[in-house]
Design a protein around this ligand. Structure first.
Ligand SMILES: Nc1nc2c(ncn2[C@@H]2O[C@H](COP(=O)(O)OP(=O)(O)OP(=O)(O)O)[C@@H](O)[C@H]2O)c(=O)[nH]1
Ligand SMILES: [Mg+2]
Length: 415
């Protein structure tokens, strides 16, 4: 037989064999489950980090995923891959939730964030997730987000009085400001919704019905990245250490968005000296003992915090005072400087915590753990050269100084 024909027959035989195997697997889905189990997939997804002084989940107390209401179809494999190990049912979660403000159209930016948070942290702990919107969430948004999250998921609509103009605001004056800011090309300067968002995040997210039962929260925005494993329960860590506010990035605010904010803060300090904590972070916020603001703020697109702080009388008075000053609409005050100044002045400084070990990105800045040993241990995917923390525009070096904290040994390589 000619050599070319022999080769053709051999190729046809191989193709037929491959087809038979594919047809067998498609018609026997359980064989795929068995294969993945044999490869250790379930065991691996349920494996836990070793004991850590920060309170890592160990195999003995791995939390079980809360029961979901979804009805499963009979065709699904018997093993629920979301449920790690049986011992997990005894793990006691902190009273905490993730919280995300979003619109329906944010869905595809948001799924990336959720995936990162689940993969790096929440698949081990199954904390709840609250979504808030000034509109109704649609079924598509709910279906996709709930399929990705391993804890309970809740969807809330923000009441009108928390997303709109208070009656003391002159809307014509506000419109003039937006036009001036548009001409000056100030980012989001001409946006009405951005202002409602900033005011909502400043004064109302913690007042939402769905948030009322929680004590701690982790704020997550669309399009963020978690660069490293978070191998301990951050909420319990906040609780155990008495922290009320945690951040990953800090920087200088764009002054054109808050020209009179500090004047208002100074008026508040005069009116309410009783709310100012004794051992506060004023030296981080100001280089002249409070006369001027140096514009340092924690970047609030990431926050892990204690909701009771925002619900306190001190913060309530602070927000109400600022709200009446009108700067959310007559300027473009952001929730980042508002939260930061509050955390910096109303809390004693030991209640604020820098999460140096949470590798985080929100366009355009990165927090990448400074020391190589930490990046390796936490399986980080960030380039240390991108670490913003020690760069000139970051306020975190100043935070270290004010807190009299020792800088990580490799910081100077990233400045
Ligand atoms: N429901 C709702 N959510 C909003 C609206 N505007 C912004 N958000 C959300 O508020 C948060 C902050 O908005 P962003 O647009 O991320 O603002 P930013 O982080 O300052 O700017 P970016 O660089 O665009 O990320 C995000 O979680 C958004 O999804 C809005 O009009 N409605
Ligand atoms: Mg954002």
């Amino acid at each position: 037989m000619p050599r070319a024909s022999t080769l053709r027959i051999a190729r046809l035989a191989a193709l037929a064999l491959v087809l038979i195997v594919i047809i067998y697997k498609v018609t026997n889905p359980s064989s795929l489950t068995a294969l993945s189990r044999a490869a250790g997939y379930h065991e691996k997804s349920a494996s836990s980090p070793g004991p850590d002084q920060k309170g890592a989940v160990t195999s003995g107390d791995m939390p079980a995923a809360p029961a979901k209401e979804d009805v499963k179809s009979e065709e699904e494999p018997a093993v629920d891959v979301k449920t790690p190990v049986d011992e997990g049912k005894d793990y006691v979660r902190a009273n905490a939730t993730f919280v995300t403000l979003a619109r329906n159209q944010d869905i595809w930016s948001l799924v990336k964030s959720i995936r990162h948070v689940e993969d790096r942290f929440n698949r081990k702990y199954h904390y709840d997730w609250v979504f808030l919107n000034d509109d109704d969430f649609d079924d598509h948004f709910k279906e996709i987000t709930s399929s990705l999250i391993s804890g309970n998921v809740k969807y809330g609509k923000i009441p009108k009085e928390h997303w709109g103009y208070p009656d003391w605001i002159d809307q014509e004056k506000a419109a003039e400001v937006r036009e001036q800011m548009r001409q000056k090309q100030i980012i989001y300067g001409d946006s009405i919704s951005y202002r409602h968002m900033c005011r909502f995040e400043s004064g109302f997210f913690f007042q939402q019905e769905l948030m009322k039962s929680y004590k701690y929260y982790w704020r997550v925005e669309p399009d963020i990245i978690l660069h490293c494993d978070v191998d301990y329960d951050v909420f319990k860590y906040m609780e155990k250490n008495g922290y009320d506010y945690g951040f990953t990035l800090s920087l200088y605010e764009y002054i054109d968005t808050i020209p009179t904010l500090w004047n208002s803060v100074k008026k508040f300090i005069k009116e309410h000296p009783e709310h100012i904590a004794e051992n506060n972070l004023m030296d981080w916020l100001s280089e002249d003992n409070g006369i001027t603001y140096n514009k340092c703020h924690f970047w609030s697109n990431f926050e892990i915090g204690n909701l009771d702080f925002w619900r306190s009388k001190a913060y309530g008075d602070f927000f109400e005072f600022l709200d009446h000053e009108g700067g959310f609409f007559y300027e473009r005050w952001g929730d980042a400087p508002v939260h930061s100044i509050a955390a910096g002045l109303l809390l004693p400084k030991e209640k604020v915590h820098f999460f140096d070990d949470i590798g985080y990105w929100h366009v355009p800045f990165t927090n990448c753990p400074t020391n190589k040993a930490d990046r390796l241990k936490l399986k980080c995917s960030c380039n240390p050269a991108d670490n913003f923390v020690w760069k000139g525009y970051s306020c975190t070096p100043r935070y270290y100084d004010v807190m009299q904290m020792k800088r990580p040994s490799e910081w100077h390589q990233q400045s």
